[in-house]
Write a protein that binds this ligand. Structure first.
Ligand SMILES: Nc1ncnc2c1ncn2[C@@H]1O[C@H](COP(=O)(O)OP(=O)(O)O)[C@@H](O)[C@H]1O
Ligand SMILES: [Mg+2]
Length: 519
């Protein structure tokens, strides 16, 4: 049986072309040093899942994968929810007894190595600032983060339209807040809105205002502003290594809705900006989402559908998506079925519900005559995982109990001083730290109330600025350009129409005429 196992798995895990190494196969708790387990580089855009109970090694597997990709000249983007990935920038500890023991049984030599890392932030933490204007974020996604109902969402869309007609740039949240206050409290503003757009219940406007204040209190205000981020800046290399971009998201753990909406807008922007390349020998970018259940738990059905559509579409842009979560069941079925690489760490079966999750997880993997999968899945050690991947032809590889290699970089986080060094050396930090002094709706309305003039009159003064502004933002390679006009929505529109469901289409507020005209 052992010989057969070695023969079968070595054959099935030998690929044409470059491969990402993950570890070596195990049989009956023994490492089979001749059987290297990995995934073809070519298949990285076919997405993946890293699952397992807390402390079983998911984040370290993610770290290893991004290192291997970097070594192969592929940049990565890591959503670091727990703040435990910054260690990638520094070499690991080559005297760590556990690692040395692991490498002895793997019959490999441990090489400690640091990687080129860029730290990014959507809050006030140190790093490259990721920002988008309220206008670029668009009324639909904004309504989602604000948790608005359908009526309130349509009001937000009207307010966006009003601002466009009135040349009131929506740059940050105070701009939006100011406009809402203006059409609620100011006689002039009230009249203006009613005359052109019909009457809107002030209670709804009040509710929207309150949700904006809550969002600001949650710290989202520093995310909205200029300059917006260009996703092409994620595709950097240093000494032939792919740069590892780490978005530090520790402070938004408590706002999962913001996280999922942010994710979707980022993916949309990447989808829009990257050219179609189909399946290539090498992916362009891989994105890892640690603690991905945070995205799915609170996301509405519509949001999940959108993420699902995005997972389908983004592959042809050479982008692979990797979800890291506790049980495969955290990931919606429609997304799970699209994931090529699966790394399953141990699951613990304490309760009846746990046992059900285990059965479900095992079903998610090819059956194997070498393992009693639903027993072994509970006994897997730390840094050990069931793996199945796709070979270069797209056929799933057999289930392999894998003793994982360790990250070459530090398994612990960086010190504050080390973080500062990276941030100070970063050209991108400088590029995005400036504030653009564009006049927004807030300034325009504040000035007009001081001068006792209406924003319409005022808009003469602001027109020049605003049109150059608008021109800029259409040319601009910004992170979140208007979702409604995006190529993604257009493509998604076609997919949805083809599938005979207009729900998502409608939910996004896109009408068919608009999408076909844009084509
Ligand atoms: N491949 C590995 N090599 C060496 N140690 C590992 C490996 N994977 C996990 N570990 C050890 O297990 C601990 C927990 O791993 P981690 O990836 O943080 O778990 P999870 O993300 O599943 O909660 C790590 O701090 C490390 O000490
Ligand atoms: Mg983890």
């Amino acid at each position: 049986m052992k010989e057969q196992f070695i023969k079968e798995l070595s054959t099935r895990y030998t690929f044409k072309g470059e491969k990402i190494v993950l570890g070596k196969a195990m049989l009956d708790r023994e490492v089979m040093t001749d059987v290297e387990i990995g995934v073809p580089l070519k298949m990285i855009n076919r997405h993946g899942l890293i699952a397992g109970a807390t402390g079983t090694g998911k984040t370290k597997s993610l770290q290893t994968l991004s290192e291997q990709l970097s070594l192969n000249g592929v940049p990565t983007l890591l959503m670091d929810i727990k703040g435990d990935l910054s260690g990638l920038a520094k070499p690991g500890d080559h005297s760590n007894a556990k690692i040395l023991e692991r490498y002895k049984s793997l019959e490999l030599t441990y090489n400690a190595q640091g990687f080129p890392v860029e730290l990014l932030t959507i809050s006030k933490e140190k790093g490259v600032r990721l920002r988008a204007t309220v206008k670029e974020f668009g009324p639909i996604l904004l309504s989602k983060i604000l948790g608005l109902n359908d009526t309130q969402t349509s009001i937000i869309s009207i307010i966006f339209k009003y601002c466009e007609d009135k040349n009131l740039p929506l740059i940050n949240l105070s701009d939006l807040r100011k406009v809402l206050q203006y059409v609620t409290d100011n006689e002039e503003g009230k009249k203006d809105l009613v005359t052109h757009y019909g009457s809107i219940a002030s209670s709804s406007l009040g509710a929207i205002l309150r949700s904006i204040v809550t969002l600001e209190q949650q710290g989202a205000s520093c995310f909205f502003g200029e300059p917006s981020f260009d996703p092409n800046d994620l595709l950097k290399f240093k000494d032939n290594l792919g740069v590892i971009n780490i978005i530090r998201l520790t402070d938004i753990q408590n706002n999962p809705l913001f996280f999922s909406t942010f994710m979707l807008s980022l993916l949309t922007e990447i989808y829009q900006k990257f050219p179609e390349i189909g399946d290539q020998d090498k992916p362009k970018l891989a994105i890892f989402i640690d603690e991905a259940h945070l995205i799915f738990n609170e996301a509405s059905k519509v949001l999940i559908n959108q993420i699902e559509t995005m997972v389908k579409l983004i592959r042809s842009k050479g982008v692979g998506l990797y979800f890291c979560t506790q049980v495969p069941g955290d990931v919606p079925e429609g997304i799970l079925s699209q994931l090529g690489l699966k790394i399953q760490h141990a699951l613990r079966g304490f309760t009846a519900k746990d046992k059900k999750e285990i059965d479900k997880a095992v079903e998610n993997y090819p059956s194997s005559s070498y393992y009693k999968a639903n027993e072994l899945i509970q006994q897997l050690g730390i840094g050990e995982a069931f793996i199945t991947s796709l070979d270069e032809k797209g056929i799933p590889t057999p289930l392999a109990d894998t003793f994982m290699i360790s990250p070459s970089s530090r398994m612990n986080i960086l010190t504050e001083t080390e973080i500062e060094e990276i941030v100070n050396d970063s050209y991108l930090v400088k590029k995005y730290e400036q504030n653009l002094e564009t006049k927004g709706a807030f300034e325009i309305l504040s000035e007009s109330s001081n001068n006792n003039s209406t924003p319409k009159e005022q808009s003469d003064v602001s027109t020049k600025k605003t049109t150059s502004d608008q021109k800029k933002s259409t040319k601009d390679t910004s992170l979140f350009s208007t979702i409604l006009n995006s190529a993604f929505v257009r493509d998604m529109g076609r997919t949805i129409v083809r599938e005979g469901s207009k729900a998502l289409f409608n939910a996004l507020g896109v009408n068919k005429r608009r999408s076909s005209r844009k084509r």
